[in-house]
Write a protein that binds this ligand. Sequence first.
Ligand code: UGA
Length: 446
Amino acid sequence: MRISVIGCGYLGAVHAACMADFGHEVVGVDIDQTKIDRLAAGVPSFHEPGLEPVLRKGVESGALTFTTDKSAIGDARVHFIAVGTPQGGGSYAADMSYVWTAVDDILAHARPHADGPLVIVGKSTVPVGTAQAIADRVAEAGLDAVVVWNPEFLREGFAVQDTQAPDRVVYGLPDDVLAGDTGRAVLDEVYAPIIAAGIPRLLVNYATAELVKVAANSFLATKISFINSMAELCDASGADVTRLAEAIGHDERIGPKFLQAGIGFGGGCLPKDIRAFMARAGELGVDQSLTFLREVDSINMRRRDHAVDLATSMAGGRLVGVKVAVLGLTFKPDSDDVRDSPALDIAGRLWGRGANVVATDPAGAAAVRSQRPDLHIVDTADEALEGADLVMLLTAWKDYLAIDPAHAKSLVATPRIIDGRNVLDAHAWADAGWDYRGMGRTASTW
Ligand code: UGA
């Protein structure tokens, strides 16, 4: 199958590489020349474990090409839309301009196919109603094409495995049965290894497919904010949120995942998706249905305030001139993504309160250096720890979990640490002489 993937960011680049790995001929298109040059050379343009070998294999075999020339999509039977839908300026709603440009590009360059209608597959996270609007536009333009909405559930850091062996696939199909059958059959061929593996495939209408995606991310965000609200209760009452999460997680109906209390969620998806979802609910006249997401967002943002307040109080009430070593800047480990990163936000707020912030991150340093030249970024944890009055672990990179507390103590000025992700061994750090503080837990509960 000849496939085009429009948009080669975290989603599109991985999707293009994985589709080539499935045996298809894939062209990835993006407007960013630097990104395309790297991808075309088989080099990932971002940090994603496991992507490089798949990408390189596709490029070297000739099955996978990347270009900024939009006309290159012309021969494809299937066109994937994988562009970003960031939060729009001045509102909670998603900025849909990249999606509509992608649709315009398809209308301008896609050529009819001898085997039957073209299939346009939407993967971007969009407000409910978008797939139908795209289908209407395609029909008006007279292009013989079926639109299918196929949301993506990949997690950064696990993107290749989530694309090649997802938990489930969802096809949002048009109401027209014949068109729906074509869309399903073509997508089944594209995803042949996934279908052969018996991975659940759900056939639904457009609106359901669009909502599945934002509902899933809203649920995950709610789960994290739930445990973070429990962390607030634990702090107020002397309980331990990690033990509480462990105990409730044994209940199969609740489950142990996504109950890690800390400085909260960030990234290019969860925060903007819950906001765009609220905006869309308002447009649909059902804003009350999602009022709870406003609280989810507030709890999440309060975690950042809490971390800064705790740092201030541990430093004796003022941060001016206090040297704070920040370990981790990305929104989560195994990613170089600093979009809406709680860690970066906290580092910036500490700096704003006068702290002498020295930060480090195994993968996100380059992005931060260009976005926040005011922050002092060093290459290693040891450099950051040197002479620190306070240490804050804000992203749970494995390298930081492996730091020896005794060695770290020999580097700092004062052994005080905030574990913003509740991932360190509290006993080991306290035993080594550190004033250790977690999130939603106190020394008496470890
Ligand atoms: C999220 C979803 O998990 C994916 O299923 C979805 O496909 C993706 O968004 C998307 O919409 O494209 P991702 O943004 O990669 O994936 O990140 P997550 O693994 O969901 O983590 C989000 C944030 O929550 C991170 O900042 C993480 O540190 C935080 N988190 C996660 C917690 O604070 N506690 C937890 O227990 C889990």
